[in-house]
Design a protein around this ligand. Structure first.
Ligand SMILES: Cc1cc2nc3c(=O)[nH]c(=O)nc-3n(C[C@H](O)[C@H](O)[C@H](O)COP(=O)(O)O)c2cc1C
Length: 187
């Protein structure tokens, strides 16, 4: 199995989404000793904004297509995904490659891959949270990956900016869920 491990948080070792995405990759690798991990750190090596010229460069798309499992660390910035992660998606969501338009509407072409997203959000955005309507990270990623034929799984750490106790609790819960979610695949 090839695992593509992507991170997009700018906060380095303090990052919750990085710690959780790393735990997911570690659990997947432990479950499959033959797994190969390809690393793409979008904060350390940001992709430039998309330009017309860059459609000629297939390297990011081919890296995505070659992976069976994609693990993504995704912090919430200003209610949505970091621009670093959007620049990556702009190179992956390509008509004729990962989706196509048909007479019956759009069709995803990237089905069969597993995408696991480690979400970290400063506030609370669960189904009953007052701020739910401001949530454009999980909903966006669900839509974008759904469009190309993938139902992403989410490991969520919420309330990270609401105090150190809440932060530690959310991290602990997400790390436990990371393990469980990776193991589901091995089963
Ligand atoms: C630039 C920036 C923008 C942020 N915007 C939001 C936001 O709109 N809503 C929110 O709940 N938290 C927001 N946060 C808090 C982060 O989502 C939270 O700290 C999360 O843990 C970041 O992920 P990380 O720990 O992996 O870096 C923001 C943080 C930063 C650095």
């Amino acid at each position: 199995m090839t695992i593509l491990h992507i991170d997009s948080s700018i906060t380095g070792e303090a990052s919750i989404s990085r710690q959780v995405s790393q735990a997911i990759v570690a659990a997947l690798s432990a479950a499959d000793p033959h797994a190969t991990v390809v690393r793409r750190d979008l904060a350390a090596a940001p992709l430039p904004h998309l330009t017309l010229d860059q459609f000629a460069d297939r390297s990011v798309l081919d890296e995505f297509l070659a992976a069976e499992t994609i693990v993504i660390g995704a912090p919430m910035y200003n209610f949505t995904l970091p621009t670093q992660l959007k620049a990556w998606l702009d190179r992956v969501m390509i008509a004729g490659e990962t989706f196509r338009y048909t007479a019956d509407g759009p069709e995803g072409l990237a089905g069969g891959k597993r995408v696991i997203v480690a979400l970290a959000r400063g506030g609370f955005y669960g189904a009953d949270a007052p701020a739910r309507a401001f949530e454009h990270l999980e909903t966006y990623l669900r839509t974008a990956f759904g469009f190309i034929g993938i139902a992403p799984e989410f490991v969520v750490a919420d309330g990270i900016a609401t105090g150190s106790e809440a932060r530690e609790a959310a991290l602990g819960q997400a790390l436990a869920q990371a393990d469980a979610s990776a193991l589901q695949m091995a089963a």
